[in-house]
Design a protein around this ligand. Structure first.
Ligand SMILES: Nc1nc2c(ncn2[C@@H]2O[C@H](COP(=O)(O)OP(=O)(O)OP(=O)(O)O)[C@@H](O)[C@H]2O)c(=O)[nH]1
Length: 375
């Protein structure tokens, strides 16, 4: 037996062990992502038999699919919906894409990550980028989110500016419109959302107010359109108008890919959404979720896989931890079963979900913690 001579060699050995463990975990994740990718190409959503790209890492224009089977005037490109919190952007994204890819909730600023949904058509491919709401930054997190939003605006081919039909245009909308006016190149479509919630006369007034707002801040809207995602009214027309603004281009993604958001982020968002359901107003800003591990359980028969998911919910204060966990852990159990159902629906695999709640004091203000939580 080799004697332990110094604490330094002990440390280096434990580092080696940690590295080996990390490498093993990575290999497991890659294997799982390949299995999930294979699974995905056999699901009935898929129209194309091209192997899906790995479930991790973002697809970009460079990995475009084989460029043979599409008409010459095919259009492809990126669109995003912007607007103040709660304007209905995520719901609209889901409605256009036709599957639950972005996170919706009755509370403002719940969409943290850029989630893309892809509409595949015979004549076009529309890639929707769902950005967080732009808002007056009060914390480092707020400022970073705003930077992310602006960067997105410059990269996309068309922007949909969303204003809810049931609320008068206010300073929040004006602030975003004025910011949007700085992005000169990108065409902008004004969208009046939630028209099912407003009377006809009010909708007419709002449409006029939207046009006036454009004049005020110096935006010439490419189109102005009222829609209701809930009633599926004018959604197809909106899709057509967005497609009209896209450049002629071969498809950017293989057919069948609904979103290229890494699965762990989407799973984390589903947990976050479940945890936010029915809790106090200040909690959304204080809740982050990391997915520590997603591995297929070993020794299961091939036709009965089980995916083990371990996730941690971070809150800022012990009092918030108590809210999330609830009396005798009842709330956390409900959050777990709701999130589990959603994750199973998303990935098409039975899931065992293990949730932990931790307090990370003032994580929104601490750059190190922000980096650790993926911001
Ligand atoms: N009645 C009705 N409600 C809608 C419609 N679209 C969205 N909503 C509701 O409005 C609320 C906000 O919708 P979201 O899609 O989460 O809004 P968002 O703009 O993405 O919000 P943030 O993520 O906070 O920026 C949710 O409660 C939705 O159910 C609609 O067409 N009709």
């Amino acid at each position: 037996m080799v004697p332990m001579t110094s604490s330094a060699s002990g440390r280096s050995r434990s580092r080696q062990a940690a590295n080996a463990e990390a490498a093993k975990k990575k290999a497991e994740r890659v294997k799982r992502s390949q299995q999930l990718a294979e699974k995905r190409v056999t699901s009935d959503r898929v129209r194309d038999t091209e192997p899906a790209p790995t479930a991790y890492g973002r697809g970009v224009r460079d990995d475009s699919p084989p460029r043979d089977e599409f008409p010459e005037d095919f259009r492809a490109g990126f669109a995003c919906f912007v607007g103040r919190p709660n304007a209905g952007k995520s719901t609209l994204t889901n409605s256009v894409v036709g599957a639950k890819v972005a996170i919706t909730s009755g509370r403002p600023q719940t969409t943290r990550h850029t989630v893309r949904g892809i509409v595949h058509r015979d004549d076009a491919q529309l890639v929707l980028v769902d950005t967080p709401g732009l808002h007056k930054p009060r914390t480092l997190l707020g400022a970073r989110l705003n930077d992310e939003v602006r960067a997105t605006w410059n990269e996309v081919d068309v922007i949909g500016f969303c204003v809810p039909a049931d609320e008068k245009i206010g300073p929040g909308d004006r602030f975003i419109a004025a910011e949007l006016a700085q992005v000169r190149r990108t065409p902008k479509i004004a969208i009046l959302t939630k028209t099912d919630k407003a009377a006809k006369e009010f909708i007419a007034e709002q449409l006029l107010a939207l046009m006036e707002l454009g004049r005020e801040v110096g935006i010439e809207w490419a189109e102005v359109i009222p829609v209701s995602a809930v009633r599926d009214e004018q959604i197809q027309l909106l899709e057509d108008l967005l497609v009209k603004q896209l450049p002629q281009s071969p498809p950017l993604y293989p057919g069948g890919e609904l979103t290229d958001e890494p699965e762990e982020i989407m799973v984390g968002e589903l947990v976050r959404e479940a945890a936010l359901e029915g809790v106090r107003d200040e909690l959304p800003h204080s809740l982050a979720v990391t997915v520590e591990e997603m591995t297929l359980r070993e020794g299961r028969p091939a036709d009965r896989p089980l995916l083990d998911v371990h996730a941690t919910l971070y809150v800022e204060r012990p009092s918030q931890k108590a809210i999330v966990i609830g009396h005798r852990g009842e709330r956390l159990r409900d959050v777990g079963s709701q999130a589990r159902r959603q994750i199973e629906a998303l990935l098409g695999t039975p899931v065992f979900l293990d949730l932990h709640v931790k307090v990370a004091k003032d994580w929104q203000r601490d750059p190190k913690q922000l980096a650790k939580l993926g911001f």
